[in-house]
Design a binder for this molecule. Structure first.
Ligand code: SER
Length: 391
C-alpha cells in the first residue's frame, strides 16, 4: 500500500463513521500563535478543542503536514523525520476514548492488515492529579493486546499550558524476532498512533481544569505506517522517498546516515520554503537556515564540491506537488542556492579568522562568544567549520 492508498483507506474509514474531512493547514500556525511551526495535527484545531463549534461538526479527519525541530537530532534513525505527515481524527465533545481505540485497532488490523500479534499498547497509569486510564486499559485487555502503563510517556500536551490529557499509544513490532519486551524497554516497538483523551487544560501554575468538552485527538505518523506496511526498515525507504533515493546517491557520494539527513533536511527545507518562509536569523526563518546549513555541512564533510545547483528540479517539483504547494520550483531552487552561497562566503571568512593562532586547539565558551560578538561568526558556523575540518 503506498501512502496515497493509506490516506484514502484512513479517510474513508472515518468518513463512513461520520467524520468530515477538513483541509490540512500549512506549516505556519496563525499569527499570534506562540509556536513557530505546526507540530501536530491538533494544532490548528486548538480553538475547537477548547469549545468553539466547528462548522463541519464534531467528528473530523484530515492529513496535516507537521514540522518538529525537537526531533532533529534523531533524524537519520529509522523513524524520525523533520517534516512528516500526520493522519488525524477528532471527536469534539462527541464519542469517548474507548470508541476511538476500537476503531483504531479495527482499522489497523482489518483495514490496513497489521498483524494483531505485532501490536502493543501503552496507557496512562495515573499520577497525583489524574487517575489511571482504566477505560483504555479495558479496551486493550478485551482485544488481548499487551499493555504497558506509564506516566510521563502517556500524557500529551502541546506546550507547558493549554489543552492536554492522558493518551494511549499503539506500537507495532519491527524486530526480526517474535515480539518481546515492552515499548519503553525496546525501541523495535515503533509508535504509530497516539489517541489523546484531550479533556484538561493546564494553567500556568501547573494545575489542571476541565476543558468545556471531552475531546479525542488522534495522530498517526503516515511515513512510519507506510514503511511498516511496505516491509521497509526505515521511513527513508517508504514510497515518499523513492525519487530521493533514486536520484541523490548518483549525485553525491554519501553513507546511509548522511544520505538520510541530507534527504530529510533538503526535503523539509523545500516544504518550508513552499509555505512562504525564507532563510533568516530569527524564528522560523532561522529554522530553515539551519536545515539548509546542516544539510550542507553533512554534504561537505569529505568534499567541498557538492553544490545544491545539482539538485534535480524534479525532486523540488515532486516535493511541492506532494504537499500540494503552488510555489514555483525555480523560486525554491533560487532560495536554496542563495543560502548556499551565503554559507560558503561565511565559512570562507570564518576559516580565515579561525586560522589565527589564538583559535588553534579546543574552543571554550569565551572564544565562541568572542567569535560571535567581534567577528559575527555564530556558534553553529564555528562548530560546522570544526566538524568539516576546515579550520
Ligand atoms: N496530538 C497528538 C500527537 O501529536 C495526537 O495527534 O501525538
Amino acid at each position: 500500500m503506498n501512502t496515497e492508498e493509506i490516506i484514502r483507506t484512513f479517510v474513508e474509514y472515518f468518513e463512513e463513521r461520520g467524520h468530515r474531512r477538513i483541509t490540512g493547514s500549512t506549516l505556519l500556525p496563525p499569527p499570534g500563535d506562540p509556536v513557530l511551526f505546526t507540530t501536530s495535527g491538533m494544532h490548528p484545531l486548538t480553538p475547537y478543542l477548547e469549545g468553539k463549534p466547528h462548522e463541519l461538526g464534531r467528528r473530523l479527519v484530515n492529513v496535516q503536514r507537521c514540522l518538529r525541530t525537537t526531533d532533529v537530532d534523531e533524524v537519520g534513525d529509522p523513524t524520525h523525520l523533520t517534516v512528516f505527515e500526520m493522519l488525524g481524527t477528532w471527536s469534539l465533545g462527541d464519542y469517548e476514548g474507548p470508541q476511538s481505540l476500537v476503531w483504531g485497532y479495527e482499522l489497523l488490523t482489518e483495514g490496513l492488515g497489521v498483524d494483531p500479534g505485532l501490536i502493543h499498547a501503552t496507557v496512562f497509569g495515573g499520577d497525583e492529579q489524574v487517575g489511571p486510564d482504566t477505560d483504555s486499559l479495558r479496551v486493550w485487555q478485551e482485544f488481548g493486546v499487551p499493555v504497558e502503563l506509564t506516566v510521563e510517556d502517556n500524557w500529551w500536551s502541546n506546550g507547558p499550558t493549554g489543552p492536554c490529557g492522558p493518551d494511549s499509544e499503539i506500537f507495532v513490532w519491527t524486530g526480526d524476532t517474535p515480539p518481546r519486551s515492552t515499548p519503553t524497554r525496546d525501541d523495535r516497538w515503533v509508535e504509530v498512533w497516539n489517541h489523546v483523551m484531550m479533556r484538561h487544560r493546564r494553567l500556568p501554575d501547573g494545575s489542571l481544569v476541565p476543558l468545556p468538552q471531552r475531546n479525542i485527538d488522534t495522530g498517526l505518523g503516515l511515513e512510519r505506517l507506510a514503511s511498516l506496511l511496505q516491509g521497509k526498515n526505515s521511513v527513508f525507504e517508504c514510497d515518499v522517498f523513492t525519487p530521493w533515493r533514486d536520484l541523490v546517491p548518483s549525485l553525491w557520494d554519501l553513507d546511509e546516515p548522511s544520505l538520510r539527513i541530507v534527504c530529510d533536511h533538503l526535503r523539509s527545507a523545500i516544504v518550508v520554503i513552499g509555505d512562504g518562509v525564507r532563510p533568516g536569523n530569527t524564528g522560523r526563518d532561522y529554522v530553515l537556515r539551519r536545515l539548509v546549513r546542516r544539510a550542507l555541512t553533512v554534504l561537505w564533510r569529505d568534499d567541498p564540491s557538492p553544490h545544491l545547483g545539482d539538485l534535480p528540479g524534479e525532486l523540488v517539483r515532486h516535493t511541492l506537488d506532494h504537499f500540494r504547494q503552488t510555489t514555483d520550483p525555480d523560486e525554491v531552487r533560487g532560495v536554496l542556492l542563495d543560502e548556499e552561497q551565503r554559507f560558503r562566503r561565511l565559512l570562507q571568512r570564518g576559516r580565515q579568522v579561525l586560522a589565527r593562532p589564538r583559535f588553534q586547539g579546543p574552543l571554550d565558551e569565551e572564544d565562541l562568544h568572542y567569535l560571535h560578538d567581534t567577528h559575527g561568526l555564530p556558534r553553529d558556523l564555528v562548530l560546522s567549520l570544526r566538524s568539516l575540518g576546515w579550520s
